[in-house]
Design a protein around this ligand. Structure first.
Ligand SMILES: [Zn+2]
Length: 241
């Protein structure tokens, strides 16, 4: 074969290669089957670090693409991934459902009339009613998890020996954090975007937020731990996939 139809890094590989993968599986063409599965696993990793790298990669791809390109052109679509994963790669289901559940229910793949360029969509017709229910249930559980976590952290009693202004700023960050999670339904991205160096650079809604170095260190540690715990809990938000 002079030209392979399987392209490593093709964001739509789960959709394009579903048919070939079924054939490869049926006729025991193991190299083809294993290659397709390996490429798909790269998009849906099992560690938080790899997941962050993947998300950063899609952002870089979008940035370096022409203005008419949208995120759907450079990042995978979840419904086709779930369809394939259920049959061939069940271990990636939880992270694929996480991505699905952070999308608006009516976000159609490749059709973002008014949506921003970085918006992503789904092929809704590939999802079963049970899939939709699981995504909705996971969304509820994740939101409650975030609320419980914030409550348990008792950030309203934040204490600082250096600057008494820290308490107010930290409390304000918590307000923005909650608001952003409610709006984006994306806990991992929100926790990352609220890290202190990003807040200080003004990339979030928090403006003129001056928190001492020690409090920023504590804050970042809290956020990082929450992100790790959240990522490790994905399968409990989406059980029985
Ligand atoms: Zn402080």
């Amino acid at each position: 074969m002079s030209h392979s139809p399987i392209q490593r890094g093709d964001p739509d590989i789960a959709f394009k290669m579903y048919g070939p993968l079924k054939l490869a599986d049926k006729f025991r063409i193991d190299p083809l089957r294993d290659t397709i599965r390996a490429y798909i696993r790269e998009d849906w990793p099992h560690t938080l670090q790899s997941w962050d790298e993947r998300e950063a990669l899609y952002s870089r791809r979008l940035k370096s693409s022409p203005a008419s390109t949208t995120m759907d052109d450079v990042a995978p679509e979840p419904a086709s991934v779930i369809r394939l994963a259920r049959k061939f790669e069940p271990r990636i289901l939880a992270i694929a459902f996480y991505h699905l559940s952070r999308l608006p229910i009516n976000a159609t793949y490749g059709q973002h009339n008014q949506a921003p360029r970085h918006a992503r969509g789904m092929r809704g017709h590939l999802l079963s009613p049970a899939d939709r229910e699981k995504a909705a249930l996971g969304r509820e559980r994740m939101t409650r998890w975030a609320a419980d976590r914030l409550e348990a952290l008792q950030l309203d009693t934040w204490q600082c020996s250096v600057d008494e202004g820290c308490h107010t700023h930290i409390y304000w960050r918590v307000v923005v954090l909650q608001r952003t999670i409610m709006r984006s339904m994306d806990v991992l991205t929100t926790l990352r975007s609220m890290q202190s160096h990003k807040v200080e650079r003004g990339t979030s809604e928090v403006v003129e937020d001056v928190v001492c170095q020690e409090c920023n260190g504590r804050w970042d540690q809290i956020l990082n731990e929450a992100r790790r715990d959240f990522f490790d809990s994905l399968s409990s938000f989406f059980p029985d996939l």
